[in-house]
Design a protein around this ligand. Structure first.
Ligand SMILES: C=CC1=C(C)c2cc3[nH]c(cc4nc(cc5[nH]c(cc1n2)c(C)c5CCC(=O)O)C(CCC(=O)O)=C4C)c(C)c3C=C
Ligand SMILES: [Fe+2]
Ligand SMILES: [Fe+2]
Length: 348
């Protein structure tokens, strides 16, 4: 009997055409964990405002990220599936599903069912837990399997931002740049979230959102599920691996959508401050993403570069994502096999 592995990423449009991008945005943003407002407000916001007006703008951006292999998010998802299958061997069947659009989670679970797996390990491709990502994947998988005649033994990897191989792979890729040239500063830009989603998690002993020391930065069981805190911890761990001092790097949050406050500091503000304070060359990591996608290549690699240069900066370099790096595939193997991640120590 084989064991099943389900790799899950967010999803991407079927093509960069406006129609497919609108279809993708509708499915994605109608998820009540992503836009967490009541249905009667969410439906008109998504279907009458965001999809019609943002659709064409997003489609133009998707055209920039599209390669001959299609969307990088899907391409590297399939590559990770193939490489992990090779590593795990015949005792396992590895499937890939997307939370939104294709390949669907339903088709990936049916593939595992056809291969008669006895248990399924779900690995969301999100290192930091958030209700909008890992929480949503967990809910959807449970909904899909609950009606099966034989309900499989399913387990979920909820987060792995402390896994040493995830940290070391980002450091390894970043070191390629740090060894080749001198940078004035390093930035860690994570995908943002509406502030209320952090507060709703109710981790009172962690979150005081706005201040410099808003969320707890050290690894404590109580703040593992605070997305903002997990991002701070991730950046601190990568910085430690790179041998950076506290003053060498900044942590910030990108991709704000709408007018509500999102978690801060915002990447755009941080970049402007850095450029205005005389930093000329910046190395930019985007560690919430394990594969390159619109948010890394276009948003961090192009849009933030432009903002930096408009404000006096001269050299902006994006650190590419983990993609098909062998150490990342080893990390996935460890996560599937439940190998206890040794939590690297951060200084107090
Ligand atoms: C309310 C809106 C959004 C929340 C909350 C959100 C959380 C969130 N998203 C990711 C990962 C990805 N997001 C991507 C694209 C993207 N995200 C939003 C909105 C929210 N995300 C939008 C509208 C889009 C589409 C692009 C656009 O129109 O600007 C992607 C890229 C997908 C690709 O195909 O390249 C990823 C990946 C995380 C990790 C996260 C919360 C932690
Ligand atoms: Fe997003
Ligand atoms: Fe917090």
């Amino acid at each position: 009997m084989k064991k099943g592995v389900l790799l899950v990423n967010l999803g991407t449009p079927d093509s960069p055409n406006t129609g497919d991008v609108r279809k993708y945005l509708r499915e994605f943003l109608m998820d009540e964990r992503v836009i967490d407002i009541p249905f009667y407000k969410r439906w008109p916001l998504v279907n009458l405002i965001i999809a019609p007006f943002r659709g064409p703008k997003s489609a133009a951006e998707y055209k920039k990220v599209w390669t001959e292999n299609g969307s990088p998010l899907l391409y590297y998802g399939l590559e990770s599936q193939r490489l992990l299958q090779d590593k795990l061997g015949e005792g396992y069947h590895v499937a890939l599903g997307m939370r939104y659009q294709n390949p669907t989670l339903k088709s990936a679970l049916m593939e595992l069912k056809r291969n008669a797996v006895t248990e399924i390990v779900v690995v969301p491709l999100f290192p930091q837990y958030a209700s909008a990502t890992t929480g949503s994947v967990t809910q959807k998988v449970m909904e899909l399997v609950k009606g099966w005649q034989i309900v499989p033994d399913v387990s979920f990897v909820q987060h792995y931002h402390r896994h040493p191989l995830y940290i070391k792979t980002f450091a390894d890729i970043g070191n390629k740049y740090l060894r080749a040239e001198k940078f004035d500063h390093v930035i860690f830009s994570f995908h943002g979230l509406p502030e209320r989603q952090i507060l709703k998690a109710g981790i009172d002993s962690c979150c005081k959102l706005r201040g410099e020391n808003g969320c707890v930065r050290k690894a404590y069981p109580r703040n593992t599920f605070c997305y903002r805190s997990a991002c701070f911890e991730t950046a601190d761990l990568i910085a430690k691996e790179l041998g950076l001092k506290d003053t060498d790097y900044s942590i910030c949050f990108q991709s704000r959508l709408g007018k509500d406050p999102w978690i801060q500091p915002y990447t755009e503000d941080t970049i402007i401050d850095l450029a205005k304070s005389g930093k000329k060359s910046v190395l930019a990591f985007s560690p919430a993403f394990v594969s390159d996608c619109l948010e890394t290549t276009v948003e961090v690699g192009e849009e933030y570069k432009e903002i930096f240069e408009e404000n006096g900066g001269e050299h902006w370099q994006l650190v590419e994502s983990l993609n098909d790096h062998p150490m990342w595939i080893k990390c996935l193997e460890d996560l599937v096999k439940g190998n206890e991640a040794h939590v690297p120590e951060l200084d107090a």
